[in-house]
Write a protein that binds this ligand. Structure first.
Ligand SMILES: NC(=O)c1ccc[n+]([C@@H]2O[C@H](COP(=O)([O-])OP(=O)(O)OC[C@H]3O[C@@H](n4cnc5c(N)ncnc54)[C@H](OP(=O)(O)O)[C@@H]3O)[C@@H](O)[C@H]2O)c1
Length: 276
């Protein structure tokens, strides 16, 4: 499996090192006017020479045909896929996008282009296994405690561009879906966002009743958690077609968690399109 990476920011740098150590990183991209263009990845990471020259997105089709990555992992911004998804589809490069601030229109367009181009795309605003388990736990609580108040608190580093985070929105909408199904709870699920210092990422679901409360919290200690999730998603999307979410990657579909895990080396092919 050959992986390309776009985005060498706060998270992308950690992801690049993780993928390099896994021996799958074959290409690193940056935008056209980036100061990283033409540098060795080692220089950017303050490491010894790594033998990976950072390429710009100019003439992307030509470059993809030279490097031939199987998958591109995206830790950049919504603009990258807006500009380049059709080229990736043309070159049959599958995509894992961890970008968390897409509009509904972006998501629709990604689905259409992925299906038309017959490639696989994992849309992963919530990339860690831990956060996906938190999502499940919150849904169980919503099913059992429909008369409690549910609130989501999202804490992230002060330079994070989106607020609330894509993960916080995903948690709130998952809870709302359970309420809608049961028809018992009509309230909104408010999200409170804190942007401070270098908080790696914390999401809390506060479930508050009249006499007691539950807190379900996921804290990422290290951005390596995101790198690990991206690698899991890349292994999953390798050789697949269709549009997926992280719950598909982790085998967390349906109403109850089965414990089924996708092995890291999985390259099982499939054509199902399951992103709702
Ligand atoms: N799914 C998850 O669980 C998860 C976890 C962490 C982060 N994220 C998401 O990943 C994204 C990056 O996060 P971050 O904290 O690393 O942000 P960041 O520090 O701002 O880094 C963003 C990187 O993307 C590059 N970039 C921006 N627009 C681009 C474009 N149009 N084409 C190519 N490259 C572009 C930037 O390049 P320059 O340096 O040239 O500006 C920079 O290297 C955000 O959407 C964030 O929410 C998701």
């Amino acid at each position: 499996m050959k992986v390309a990476l776009i985005g060498l920011g706060t998270t992308g740098k950690i992801v690049s090192e993780y993928l390099f150590n896994k021996n799958v990183l074959s290409m690193v991209l940056c935008r056209e006017n980036s100061h990283n263009a033409g540098m060795d990845l080692g220089e950017v990471l303050h490491r010894p020479y790594m033998g990976i020259t950072i390429e710009t997105t100019a003439n992307l089709e030509e470059k993809l045909n030279i490097y031939k990555p199987d998958i591109l992992i995206d830790f950049s911004s919504p603009k990258f896929l807006r500009d380049h998804l059709s080229t990736l589809a043309k070159c049959k490069v599958n995509v894992v996008t961890a970008v968390s601030d897409y509009s509904q229109m972006d998501i629709k367009r990604i689905k259409v282009l992925a299906r038309k181009g017959e490639i696989g795309v994992a849309i992963a605003p919530n990339i860690t296994l831990g956060v996906n388990v938190l999502l499940k736990m919150a849904q169980i609580a919503a099913g059992l405690l429909s008369d409690y108040d549910f609130q989501v608190i999202d804490e992230n580093h002060k330079n994070k561009k989106d607020s609330p985070s894509g993960t916080a929105e995903k948690i709130a909408s998952a809870i709302k879906k359970v309420f809608e199904k049961s028809g018992e709870h009509n309230d909104l699920v408010p999200i409170h966002s804190i942007r401070a210092g270098d908080i790696t990422g914390r999401h809390k679901v506060l479930v508050c009743g009249k006499y007691d409360q539950i807190e379900i919290t996921h804290t990422a200690f290290s951005r390596t958690a995101y790198a690990e999730g991206a690698y899991r998603a890349a292994c999953f999307i390798y050789g697949r077609k269709g549009v997926y979410e992280m719950k598909d990657v982790y085998g967390l579909m349906g109403n109850s968690y089965t414990g089924e895990q996708i092995p890291l080396s999985s390259n099982k092919k499939g054509t199902a399109s399951v992103y709702a």
